[in-house]
Write a protein that binds this ligand. Structure first.
Ligand code: PLP
Length: 407
């Protein structure tokens, strides 16, 4: 058996089927070690927004790594490239004058914000505001905090008591959510965690007005709104963020993946002035939270080069212009007897739900035979979230291959 213990894997199956070795990528395509070529329908794990093989990002990283790869950023120390990135990210953020707290990925961002929201209320002398509200089918990473927030039961099961001060609501029902907010009470609730579009939970788009109504409900009750944009951030929904597209103005926004397009592991928690001002108030002192690699200089170089590509090529706008074509192309699969429904319509995102229970797992292997790499997601679905650079022709080719496999 391979020594490499794969994440999210059944190692026994990996042993039986062997590892699938990816050795090269270019744009929306990847190659395995046998020379076979595949369309990367998932942009790896929802993150290669600018496509594979971007030399400019590699060069920027090499330059930074050979000059000052990283240095602790605790306290007053910084490597200036990290400040540069913070300015760029804050300039894109949905709320002006935001501050950017860097992490090493999405789960770090999720857990950082859990501490941030609770500490925020402590500092405001409202320590009873501690409960976190989450939605069924939500995915907020795999650290201890994020596992406590899991809306996918299988992701939460098997770890005993974690953080128990978490209340779950249905993913799509704003009235049920508001009822829970009022039952639990605003004096107890610290924050609502909300993925504007749910990815791992099955590519779920909430009904019209859901986000707007829920956002307003939080404002009215003084509950912090945390937008988990680890998937939806950086162009995926046809805007820089789902929060800018849907005018959510989150108190805190969680990002990772598209920040570097996965060329380096990095995330960012973007805090609106309402939040960071409280931490910066006189007498508060040190917030004893941070990671060794918060603001890692070589990762920052990757992010800057990545965001430059996104800006130069206007990728968020490109996706917005193409999303109608994208949705129509994937919806055409609805006529297949094996397909229950195709969830799509916003950005470069689709979830193809299958009819036969559990069919999405073996379909992953069938798709590979047809030159498509993607993965099963919750809700008996298949993930579609290609690079934001994918051409119209490649999208049609992708749909053609899905059709062949699903037939
Ligand atoms: C919405 C959301 N939040 C958090 C995470 C966790 O990110 P990471 O896997 O980088 O820790 C993910 C990962 O897919 C995610 O989809």
């Amino acid at each position: 058996m391979t020594t490499y213990w794969h994440p999210f894997s059944d190692m026994r199956t990996v042993d039986q089927t062997g590892e699938f070795k990816i050795v090269k990528g270019k744009g929306s395509w990847v190659w395995d070690d046998q020379g076979n070529k595949y369309l990367d329908a998932g942009a790896s794990l929802w993150y290669v927004n600018v496509g594979h093989g971007r030399k400019a990002i590699g060069k920027a990283m090499a330059k930074q790594a050979s000059q000052m790869a990283s240095f602790t950023n605790f306290s007053d120390v910084t490597v200036p490239i990290t400040n540069e990135l913070a300015e760029i990210v804050a300039g894109l953020a949905p709320v002006p004058d935001s501050k950017v707290f860097f992490t090493s990925g999405g789960s770090d961002s999720v857990d950082t914000a859990m501490k941030m929201v609770r500490k925020y209320w402590q500092l405001l002398n409202k320590p009873s505001k501690h409960t976190i509200i989450v939605r069924d089918r939500g995915y907020h990473g795999m650290h201890n905090g994020g596992t406590s927030l899991a809306g996918i039961p299988d992701n939460r099961a098997g770890y005993g008591a974690l953080d128990e001060d978490v209340v779950k609501v249905p993913w799509d029902d704003h009235e049920a959510l508001i009822k829970v907010l009022d039952e639990v009470g605003e004096d107890k609730i610290a924050a609502l965690y909300c993925e504007p579009i749910m990815g791992a939970g099955g590519m779920l788009i909430a009904p019209d007005m859901y986000l707007d109504t829920v956002r307003k409900a939080c404002i009215e009750r003084d509950i912090l709104f945390v937008a988990d944009e680890v998937i939806t951030g950086f162009g995926r929904t046809g805007d820089w963020f789902a929060s800018t597209r849907f005018d959510l103005k989150p108190d805190i926004m969680l990002t990772a993946k598209g920040l570097t397009s996965g060329y380096a592991p990095m995330g960012a928690v973007i805090a609106a002035p309402k939040v960071w001002n409280v931490f910066a108030a006189e007498g508060v002192g040190v917030w004893r939270h941070g990671y060794t690699y918060s603001g890692h200089a070589t990762c920052a170089a990757a992010a800057i080069a990545n965001l430059k590509i996104m800006k130069d090529e206007q990728l968020p706008k490109r996706v917005r212009n193409m999303e109608g074509m994208f949705a129509e192309a994937f919806r055409s699969l609805n006529d297949l007897p094996s397909v229950a429904t195709v969830r799509t319509g916003i950005g470069f995102l689709a979830g193809i739900e299958m009819v036969e229970p559990g069919a999405n797992f073996p379909m992953m292997w069938t798709l590979r035979k047809h030159g498509i790499v993607t993965r099963p997601i919750v809700g008996n679905a298949l993930q579609v979230s290609p690079a934001l650079t994918t051409s119209e022709g490649e999208i049609h080719e992708m749909v053609k291959r899905f059709r062949a496999a699903l037939s």
